[in-house]
Design a protein around this ligand. Structure first.
Ligand SMILES: Nc1ncnc2c1ncn2[C@@H]1O[C@H](COP(=O)(O)OP(=O)(O)OP(=O)(O)O)[C@@H](O)[C@H]1O
Ligand SMILES: [Mg+2]
Length: 503
């Protein structure tokens, strides 16, 4: 056995997180670790990798107890973690980032830069990444950073690579290429622990699965023994109901709320469309197609050079910054919560009320109405089932998925008229995903807000969207009502739109 976790217990203060956890990973095994947001997956991983040292129980690697070893020492033994949140050093080059801590040195201890850059180029090429090894890390997008982290783990000669939600925000194609890569390395004997909320990929890839529920490990489920439904029941502890938007809702003729005419700017070549009151519009397109550019432009995060926006029948100026967009009640939820989502050190309550401080929470004299702030935060805290002791807990102490829920709460409490959701369920567990979809449905129905929805998960998109807009070359090229559409058809229409470009 390569890894053994024996009777591990862990508490944060008096909050017990892990209770008698046991699991084993064999040589060349891909081991899935699943569980609800806040179940303790990342905590367990931190114990295995040595980031957390104050736990009870034993971690054995190659039959040796490694409890006393530090993170670096465990890395030298061959344990490597790709963390949930991309960890790269912005000012370092890509090459320096890939081989962080293991830069090749000559006999005098000087870094051999030539070798470093050559090795980096080789590593990147092998993974099919075409970045310049000399480019600064900070120039990479979120997805690129994530890939770089994975490459880094894979080329550090790890025996056990732990991937904490590696595929969030990756496209289906990028996912497949990552999985091929994992399979290759597994054949050479590398073992993996894979954490993911996408049960489909867990079931496809993993030989053995461990479910973490209420701090306890239920381990040893073998490939082929469980299906998606059983697995989600194991995770949640009971059956979950899939939320779906009723067909009559999708068919309804909705009066226009948001009208965009010829929006142009970088990556946008005259985007025109209407979004109805209470309508959920899915935006589909490859990166650079204009879909995300539009989403960010409407939110004041991407410059607009021409075009008109009408809201409720009257023209509004194109927002120059997010604050202006918020005042116009256009709210954006970014897929990159670490850059644009939450302030880690502030409490849940403060985070939720951050963007409404200017408006409803401020009384006439400029004080913040504490009671209102509390009430408001509590409403979403409860609606989205955020797992924390109270609304006063710091966001940085929450699990990844629960932080994402805070981001959503923050957006919803601004009382948006237009809500722009960019991968809103990234890192969200199976049950919470259904709750969020149901909440979006409810909000469009009751409050009549328009939703623009971006996601790589077309399955999810088809369950919530009324209509899909397909983007290419900075324009809307096709639109489809979401009636009897399948994910394969969405992919086909998207690819056809792209092919039209070549001819
Ligand atoms: N530094 C910390 N201080 C206090 N509590 C913490 C800290 N880090 C995590 N926790 C708590 O430990 C519990 C488990 O968190 P963990 O991050 O392991 O969950 P997870 O299973 O990885 O969830 P997710 O799927 O959302 O990433 C959560 O209740 C979380 O709030
Ligand atoms: Mg986690």
């Amino acid at each position: 056995m390569l890894l053994k976790v024996n009777h591990v217990y862990k508490s944060y203060g008096n909050k017990r997180v892990l209770f008698d956890n046991n699991l084993e990973v064999d040589h060349g095994e891909i081991h899935g670790l699943v569980g609800k947001n806040g179940a303790g997956k990342t905590t367990l991983v931190k114990i295995i990798s040595g980031v957390l040292t104050d736990y009870e129980g034993d971690v054995l690697f190659n039959d040796k107890n490694i409890n006393h070893l530090s993170v670096i020492e465990r890395q030298q033994e061959g344990i490597y973690v790709v963390p949930q949140h991309a960890a790269i050093i912005p000012e370092f080059s890509i090459a320096e980032n890939i081989f962080l801590g293991t830069w090749p040195r000559d006999r005098l201890g000087q870094v051999n830069w030539k070798e470093l850059y050559e090795n980096a180029a080789k590593a990147l090429a092998e993974y099919g990444l075409s970045y310049d090894p000399a480019m600064k890390g900070k120039k990479l997008s979120l997805v690129e950073q994530r890939k770089l982290n994975i490459v880094r783990a894979l080329f550090s000669k790890a025996k056990l690579v732990i991937l904490d939600e590696p595929t969030t925000a990756l496209s289906a194609e990028e996912r497949d290429s990552l999985f091929d890569f994992i399979e290759e390395l597994r054949k050479e004997g590398t073992s993996f622990i894979l954490i993911s909320h996408y049960l489909e990929e867990i079931l496809k890839l993993c030989d053995t699965i461990t479910v973490n529920r209420d701090g306890q490990c239920y381990t040893g489920y073998k490939k082929g023994e469980v299906d998606e439904e059983t697995l989600s029941t194991l995770i949640v502890g009971k059956n979950i109901e899939l939320s779906s938007r009723p067909e009559e809702e999708r068919m309804k003729n909705k009066e226009p709320l948001l009208v965009c005419e010829n929006i142009s700017g970088k990556g946008m070549q005259g985007i025109s469309f209407k979004a109805g009151k209470g309508e959920v519009l899915g935006l589909v397109g490859f990166p650079g197609s204009g879909a995300r550019e539009l989403a960010r432009a409407l939110s004041g995060l991407h410059p607009v050079s021409a075009g008109r926006i009408k809201l409720n029948g009257s023209e509004i100026p194109t927002p120059k910054n997010p604050a202006q967009a918020v005042r116009q009640r256009i709210i954006y939820v970014s897929y990159d919560r670490h850059k644009e989502g939450v302030v880690q050190l502030l409490s849940i309550k403060k985070n939720i009320s951050l963007s409404i401080l200017e408006s409803s929470l401020k009384r006439m004299f400029g004080f913040i109405d504490e009671r209102q702030e509390d009430k408001n935060a509590r409403e979403y805290f409860e609606k989205l089932n955020i797992l924390a002791a109270s609304v006063n807990e710091a966001v940085g102490q929450l699990s990844g998925g629960n932080q994402q829920k805070v981001v959503l709460s923050k957006a919803l409490s601004c009382q948006p008229e237009v809500l722009i959701l960019d991968e809103p369920t990234v890192g969200i567990d199976v049950k919470s995903r259904e709750e969020i979809l149901a909440l979006i449905h409810e909000l469009t129905k009751v409050r009549g807000l328009s939703v623009l929805y971006l996601t790589n998960d077309y399955n999810e998109l088809l369950r919530i969207a009324d209509r899909l807009l397909f983007f290419d070359r900075g324009k809307v090229v096709t639109e489809r009502a979401n009636l009897n559409l399948t994910t394969d058809e969405v992919i086909r229409i998207r690819d056809e739109a792209k092919e039209g470009e070549a001819s």
